[in-house]
Write a protein that binds this ligand. Structure first.
Ligand code: UT7
Length: 334
């Protein structure tokens, strides 16, 4: 779906924010019938972050956005558009992006939320690039942010050990050379029933005679696992091909951090060495729409990406959706 870009787009800054509170596997052992050993071996997760009471998705998003702006050396009022990818918006409306716009003081920016589950950050980055390529905007702030701890059923061991809170952000700006290529977006709505958050108008247990308990995550883990192991490598391959980047030129794969086993399977299929794959699922768990944004910002801060490197971002999740882009890195050096 990549066309000839009239204006180049590039990621010029990144930032992330995670709450301080760490929830360990040992603590979860006290809450549900699980074990540190099960969680580590089945998912690779050791700990995750939990937002304190009163902290909203917009709070995390604003903190990450502010750091991305600083890294891009941009003032808030230079931003033309803010896109917040989230499946835990503060409210259905107004959008979380509007709250972020106000909190950042990005007075010139248009703002909207984007819903694509765990593919959200990559969908949003691809959307931002379209506005730049078309010459409509010069600077777009893309943020993935989630407070999943509010929609987790803390009595359900099948899901509660998996998720965490956080936010990741990137500035996408007009550039001389195009650095956001190989956009590969997909959706398969026939899989809508295997993963999601009950809420909104679809509340099967709510009605005139029954009170809803509030939105809650549901997931058929094995169905999602099969989809994820297949689509992660496939989307990365398609993105590289569409970008015209030979697979052997891939510097770093930054996949959605859902499960170490899914990441490992994708890396194996793509013939990647450990150092070519970014992993932080051990420290943050699955932060859904925020995960690829957090990982990109961490990878950049850790010097894992050099100028000129090809970096593939891949998201997959509820919808079902998937998304991949190939970045030709124009920022920082190792
Ligand atoms: O972010 C969006 C995309 N999401 C994903 O990609 C998630 C994809 N799915 C997965 O990562 C994995 O399916 C899970 C990590 C969710 C589950 O791993 P699994 O290897 O598929 O386990 P399972 O669901 O087949 O369960 C195996 C066993 C079951 O017990 P029995 O029936 O074999 O006796 C479960 O009841 O493990 C049990 N189990 C647990 N045991 C201890 C499930 N959750 C737990 C738990 N602690 N937390």
């Amino acid at each position: 779906m990549t066309g000839a870009a009239s204006v180049g787009a590039a990621v010029t800054g990144t930032g992330f924010y995670v709450p301080e509170r760490i929830l360990t596997n040992a603590e979860l052992e006290q809450m549900v019938d699980t074990s540190d050993e099960w969680i580590r071996t089945r998912t690779g997760i050791c700990e995750r972050r939990i937002a304190p009471k009163g902290t909203r998705t917009a709070t995390l998003a604003t903190a990450a956005g502010r750091r991305a702006l600083a890294s891009a050396e941009l003032a808030a009022d230079e931003i033309d558009l803010i896109i917040v990818a989230t499946c835990t918006p503060d409210t259905p409306t107004p959008s979380t992006a509007c709250v972020v716009q106000q909190e950042l003081g990005a007075t010139r920016a248009a703002a909207f939320d984007l819903a694509a589950g765990c593919s959200g950050f990559v969908y949003a980055l691809a959307t931002a690039a379209q506005f730049i390529h078309a010459g409509v905007y010069r600077h777009v702030l893309v943020i993935g942010a989630e407070v999943l701890s509010r929609v987790v059923n803390w009595h359900d061991r099948n899901t509660c050990v998996l998720f965490g809170d956080g936010a990741g952000a990137a500035v996408v700006s007009a550039a001389a050379a195009d650095g956001v290529r190989g956009i590969e977006l997909g959706a398969d709505g026939s899989g809508a029933g295997v993963l999601g958050i009950f809420g909104g108008s679809y509340m099967p247990h709510a009605g005139l005679d029954a009170q809803a308990d509030g939105p809650q995550i549901y997931m058929e883990g094995q169905e999602v696992f099969k989809f994820a192991t297949r689509i992660c490598a496939t989307a990365a391959e398609r993105s590289l091909a569409a970008a015209g980047v030979p697979p052997e030129r891939l510097g770093l794969l930054i996949p959605h951090q859902a499960n170490w086993r899914i990441i490992h399977a994708a890396a194996k299929r793509l013939h990647l060495r450990d150092e070519q794959v970014f992993v932080d699922v051990d420290r943050y768990g699955n932060t859904s729409g925020a995960s690829v944004g957090i990982a990109l910002a961490e990878a950049a801060a850790a010097g894992r990406i050099a100028a000129g490197d090809a970096v593939v971002l891949v998201g997959f999740g509820a919808g079902l959706t998937w998304a991949a882009v190939t970045l030709i890195w124009q920022g920082g050096t190792k």
